[in-house]
Write a protein that binds this ligand. Structure first.
Ligand SMILES: C=CC1=C(C)c2cc3[nH]c(cc4nc(cc5[nH]c(cc1n2)c(C)c5CCC(=O)O)C(CCC(=O)O)=C4C)c(C)c3C=C
Ligand SMILES: [Fe+2]
Ligand SMILES: [Fe+2]
Length: 344
């Protein structure tokens, strides 16, 4: 590689988190996040009313209290794990060839700041990796949208490439399998639950080519070229691939969806309902994976690791173990390095 050739810029983008656990900061974060038309996909006026008159004013107190439960000395786990990931990936890549930055889709550091840094480094190409393994319009789609909104104001737009999803990247799967094996070496579980972030069902239907997706096991249960971008299909596929790596029979796995917001129908089965059914069926020991997230955050640590656990134990379950997220696990770092090199 010639040292005279301009470098390639890499932008790792995660969701975003409040600047602090103060209610005002949480409200500001929720407003920016939920006013994104790809997250709450309503027309502007009803979305503005829902977010600014209902969700942000009321939810910010509850959310701030939840954020206090995960906040550490280094701040929000989602933030510091993403910083650690960026540092480790930068360390692994050839420094003469790459410059690596991280950004958050909402709040800070913003995508605009990240892109500015890459521009200042005079990069010849930008590779954007949204740190969401399964494609959703609300996440990966929104990152593409934001990057293009900024880039279209530039005089010179370098080559920009986006990683759409990485559900079947062998190192992504291996990283989860490594973490799962640590728990499975200690004991046997009755069931293996894969709990993914939920989405309003209509968002899946909107993205379905020729109305293929009926949100049934028949379509989402088979990942084919017809539903290649179906979030629900990609989640079932992720479960299958991780289970295969770990030698878990499919009948011992359950794929479900958490974090429903509001009264609309979201993709199912809902994790809360599955927990009730497991308890009713006398299931005692459950190992839980949350592979829609690559860093521990509110959704994994509090929602799955604490709230769902309490619910399961209250209903008669005995053990509910949450596999920690990929964070800055070495195999995951290697996966991101490969994603960069494959797209260079
Ligand atoms: C309509 C609302 C929401 C959609 C759609 C949605 C999709 C979605 N989100 C993630 C990843 C994360 N979400 C996180 C927090 C979070 N998500 C929503 C709402 C929607 N998400 C809210 C209101 C919140 C804030 C917390 C709360 O008040 O409950 C996080 C955690 C951030 C952190 O700082 O810890 C992540 C990560 C995905 C992958 C996704 C679609 C597939
Ligand atoms: Fe979310
Ligand atoms: Fe489907």
């Amino acid at each position: 590689m010639s040292k005279n050739k301009a470098k390639i810029g890499v932008l790792l983008v995660n969701l975003g988190t409040p600047d602090s656990t103060a209610t005002g900061d949480v409200r500001k974060y929720l407003r920016e996040f939920l006013m994104d038309g790809r997250v709450i996909d309503f027309p502007f006026i009803p979305r503005w009313m829902l977010v600014n008159l209902i969700i942000a004013p009321f939810r910010s107190f509850k959310s701030a209290a939840e954020y206090r439960k995960v906040w550490e000395e280094r701040g929000s786990p989602l933030m510091f794990h993403t910083v650690d990931l960026r540092d480790k990936v930068a360390e692994k890549l050839d420094k003469d060839k790459y410059v690596v930055e991280m950004a958050m889709r909402y709040q800070s550091p913003s995508i605009e700041e990240g892109l500015k840094k890459l521009n200042k480094a005079n990069v010849r190409k930008i590779i954007v990796i949204s740190l969401f393994p399964q494609y959703a319009s609300a996440t990966n789609g929104s990152v593409v949208d934001k990057v293009m909104e900024i880039a279209r104001t530039w005089q010179i737009i370098p080559n920009i490439s986006f990683v759409n999803n990485f559900v079947d990247h062998p190192l992504f799967l291996e990283a989860w399998a490594e973490l799962g094996r640590e728990w499975m070496a200690k004991q046997e579980y009755d069931k293996y639950l894969f709990s993914y972030h939920g989405l309003p069902a209509r968002q899946i239907k909107k993205g379905s080519v020729d109305n293929y997706c009926q949100l049934s096991d028949k379509c989402c249960g088979n990942y084919t070229k017809k539903n290649q971008f179906c979030y629900r299909g990609q989640c079932f596929y992720t479960t299958r691939l991780i289970a295969e790596k770990l030698g878990i029979p499919m009948e011992k796995t359950i794929t479900c969806f958490q974090s429903r917001l509001g009264k609309d129908t979201w993709i199912q089965p809902y994790t809360e309902d599955v927990i009730e059914e497991l308890a009713k069926d006398g299931i005692k020991k459950v190992l839980v994976f949350s592979p829609a997230f690559v860093a521990d955050c509110l959704e994994t640590t509090v929602e799955v690791g604490q709230e769902y656990k309490e619910e399961f134990i209250e209903l008669g379950g005995e053990q509910w173990d949450l596999v920690p997220s990929l964070n800055s696990n070495d195999t995951w770092v290697e996966c991101v390095k490969e994603l960069v090199e494959e797209n260079s």
